[in-house]
Design a binder for this molecule. Structure first.
Ligand SMILES: Cc1cc2nc3c(=O)[nH]c(=O)nc-3n(C[C@H](O)[C@H](O)[C@H](O)COP(=O)(O)OP(=O)(O)OC[C@H]3O[C@@H](n4cnc5c(N)ncnc54)[C@H](O)[C@@H]3O)c2cc1C
Length: 398
């Protein structure tokens, strides 16, 4: 039981990472304020895959009814060949995940997840229109400065402000790295592609230089798709903009009918240049730490950025809950030392997939496909079977 006054915690950024942290802190009996730059809360119109390592945590936070009512539980994840849609590998999700990992694998619309988090938070937990421009750390507190001239004071500040993080600048002078890839993202009406949604699946078609992913969301009414294209194609390095379905169709000309039928069902697409950053040695100072994409922005080629952010959030809330008087800085070190090795591995493997997924047809591609076709049942245990709360109980900070 804590004997001191609970710390005042400020979270910069109200994305999936910041809101999950706010909820986890609230459930741990700690108060925090989220400062979000946008005038209203929301998420991009796209899907997100949630692994059992994250869904077990969201369920413990009380979100199971909301998630089950809107998410789809895909039966399997299939990798396929770009030209003829032949199956390279099929890994079971659905019941298999619930039985093996004790938690489901969800495909969900981001807006549904975001809404579930917001609705679970106490009123007034988020201040909107609050763009943080600077965090000044003193011996006893941190002063946050905002673009409108206002200030806020906190004992601890968490930068959950995404890949362009202002708070990260307190730790390292790096910049986002362009991957050489852009992605088109969109949602299609599943009634226009019934064959692809008859069995709910996450489908990935791998081809030379690019790949295409789709899965149902919103109770199966919509199909979310993400299509990579190499740099130099339409989109260049711009962070995000409206894309053109016709450009996407051109980029995937000659691909199998399954892929072109999804593109044919799309009415609009957005276009994002993909960036990540190198892993960094430290996420925390004495009173400031990072969470989610601000700490470990990664390429989306394992579908893990949000999952890792959710794991971060629950771990950080537990470390802050357990901290006694004068132990704030030790709590941030405990959090960071638990999380950094795992998120670094996921960042690196996500980068590795940008080569592996895009091999030209030939010997290396055939070798890759043969290896993918022999999946070990325990192959995903390290990712999906992980329970960050159990890991924390046995963790010794380094
Ligand atoms: C194409 C694609 C597909 C993906 N698919 C998956 C997937 O299937 N599964 C998965 O787990 N992950 C996936 N990801 C990754 C996932 O989307 C991100 O890792 C996750 O959304 C990061 O959340 P975040 O809250 O850390 O950052 P963000 O979502 O970037 O949120 C940051 C928030 O901070 C606010 N902010 C920024 N600067 C300031 C400031 N100075 N002051 C105040 N507020 C500020 C922003 O407005 C925003 O609300 C995918 C990513 C992409 C690009």
């Amino acid at each position: 039981m804590r004997k001191d006054t609970p710390p005042r915690i400020a979270v910069v950024g109200g994305g999936l990472a910041g809101l999950t942290l706010a909820l986890a802190l609230h459930r741990a009996g700690l108060e925090c304020r989220v400062y979000e730059q946008a005038p209203r809360l929301g998420e991009v119109g796209a899907g997100v895959q949630l692994s059992p390592s994250a869904t077990r945590l969201l369920h413990r936070l009380g979100l199971e009814p909301a998630l089950r009512s809107s998410a789809v539980l895909p039966e399997a994840m299939e990798f396929r060949r770009w030209a003829d849609s032949s199956v390279i590998s099929r890994g079971l999700l659905g019941k298999h995940c619930e039985e093996r990992y004790g938690a489901p694998y969800y495909a969900i619309h981001r807006a549904d997840l975001h809404r579930a988090l917001v609705e679970a938070l106490p009123a007034g937990a988020v201040r909107l229109d609050a763009r943080c421009t600077l965090a000044e750390e003193g011996p006893d507190e941190v002063v946050l400065r905002f673009a409108d001239g206002s200030e806020a004071v906190a004992d601890a500040v968490v930068g959950a402000d995404g890949i362009h993080s202002v708070l990260r600048q307190a730790l390292v002078a790096d910049r986002p790295r362009f991957s050489g890839q852009s992605v088109y993202r969109g949602l299609a009406d599943s009634r226009r592609i019934p064959a692809l949604v008859a069995e709910p699946r996450v489908l990935l078609w791998l081809g030379p230089g690019q790949h295409f992913v789709c899965y149902p969301v919103s109770g199966g009414r919509l199909v979310n798709f993400v299509a990579t294209v190499p740099a130099g194609g339409p989109g260049g390095e711009s962070w995000s903009r409206r894309g053109r379905v016709a450009d996407l169709a051109e980029a995937y000309e000659g691909w199998c009918a399954d892929v072109t039928s999804v593109i044919g069902a799309a009415e609009q697409v957005s276009l994002w240049a993909l960036h990540d950053r190198d892993p960094i040695e430290r996420w925390s100072t004495g009173r400031i730490t990072l969470l989610g994409d601000s700490a470990h922005p990664m390429l989306p080629f394992m579908g893990q950025g949000a999952n890792q952010a959710i794991e971060d959030a629950v771990a950080l809330a537990a470390c802050l809950r357990d901290a006694g008087p004068g132990e704030l800085s030790a709590a941030l070190r405990r959090y960071e030392s638990l999380r950094r090795p795992r998120t670094t591995l996921v960042q690196e493997r996500s980068r590795g997939n940008s080569t592996a997924f895009h091999l030209p047809d030939g010997a290396a591609q055939r070798e890759r496909d043969a290896a993918m076709g022999r999946p070990a049942p325990e192959g995903q245990d390290w990712l999906h079977g992980y329970d960050v709360e159990s890991a924390l109980t046995s963790h010794q900070p380094t």
